[in-house]
Design a protein around this ligand. Structure first.
Ligand code: GRG
Length: 312
């Protein structure tokens, strides 16, 4: 199967599972289920769920077990990660945050549903993600329960104040004055910390969650987690580069906004050429981590290249 066909197949699997696991009336009011669906089912690359599934497949490949079974056991985590990612986009686009009107090539949630409903849709997606992680896959075997608990903690850390919310807070404080403070400009370490938390943490947790659900050994987990750390940072550096070089039509969101808003980005700090070198260095580190565990021929290697070669 070509990599493009693989991505297409996994996207279809993820979309079907998301559709099945989204709350529906009469359990939840239609007004909120439709608001959640608008953002969740409105496109997107599905990078995080695909990483979770590929992380699980890589473990199965290395243990000589069924890749399809590994994907099944990782699918709830994959979908929960997409729900959390989508919630973060909905909240990030709000007027109080990035104030954007275009996302995934469509009007943002608050433009269509109003600010209040968009906030609730994000809240609903986040809560649903953790409900899903706790509920699925069903079963009471202690190994399954241990893996699920480990993944819940891992994803909560990645989504919360130590991860994405913390990174977003650094970002917000760097560009917007608060009631009691002026904007707090970042140095190079601050920029890296912001990127690792804001975007990197959830990407890292995606591949790690898939590996845990599939039963990775400590050695395998360490290599896959290192890969996740490197591609998480690479993803955000590439995103910063695309914000400068891409067009709104090809990105599906407003291009050039970061620079216009005086945001701390890799190109603003290091220039475009150096930023590209830094992304390439992360890619090389990620490949070395895979090589250590004989996973250079896994889909994780293709995904790392996809992230680096992403074009506007
Ligand atoms: C609001 C708590 C809170 C957090 C928001 C990740 C984030 C923190 C905001 C997103 C802002 C942004 C556009 C960051 C750039 C990197 C990024 C996460 C891009 C969107 O991810 P993709 O490219 O999007 O995977 P799709 O639409 O393909 O899923």
């Amino acid at each position: 199967m070509t990599f493009e066909a693989y991505l297409e197949a996994r996207r279809k699997d993820v979309d079907n599972a998301l559709e099945a696991w989204l709350p529906k009336p009469p359990q939840a009011p239609e007004v909120i289920t439709e608001a959640m669906r608008y953002s969740l089912m409105g496109g997107g690359k599905r990078l995080r769920p695909i990483l979770a599934l590929a992380g699980a497949e890589a473990v199965a490949q290395s243990m000589g077990s069924s890749e399809a079974a590994a994907r099944d056991i990782a699918m709830p985590a994959a979908c929960a990660l997409e729900m959390i990612h989508t919630y973060s986009l909905v909240h990030d686009d709000l007027p109080a945050m990035d104030d954007d009107e275009l996302r995934r090539g469509r009007p943002t949630a608050h433009v269509v549903q109003g600010e209040g409903m968009a906030i609730l849709a994000g809240d609903g997606l986040q809560a649903e993600a953790f409900a899903l992680l706790a509920r699925e896959p069903q079963g009471h075997h202690h190994t399954l329960m241990q893996r699920k608990l480990r993944v819940i903690a891992m994803i909560a850390d990645a989504a919360g104040a130590t991860g994405m919310v913390g990174g977003q807070a650094i970002d917000l404080a760097a560009v917007k004055p608060g009631p009691h403070h002026a904007p707090a400009p970042l140095d190079a370490d601050g920029l890296q910390s912001m990127h690792l938390r804001k975007t990197g943490a959830l990407i890292r947790a995606s591949v790690a969650a898939g590996a845990v659900m599939a039963g990775a050994s400590d050695r395998l987990f360490a290599a896959i987690d290192e890969y996740g750390l490197e591609i998480g940072l690479a993803f955000q550096i590439v995103d910063d580069i695309l914000d400068e070089e891409g067009s709104s039509a090809s990105l599906g969101k407003t291009a050039g906004k970061d620079r216009a808003a005086g945001k701390p980005t890799y190109p603003a700090f290091y220039g475009l050429d150096r930023s590209k070198e830094m992304a390439a260095a992360c890619h090389a580190n990620a490949r070395r981590a895979l090589e250590r565990t004989g996973l250079l021929d896994s889909r994780l290697a293709d995904i790392a290249s996809w992230i680096i070669e992403r074009k506007a």
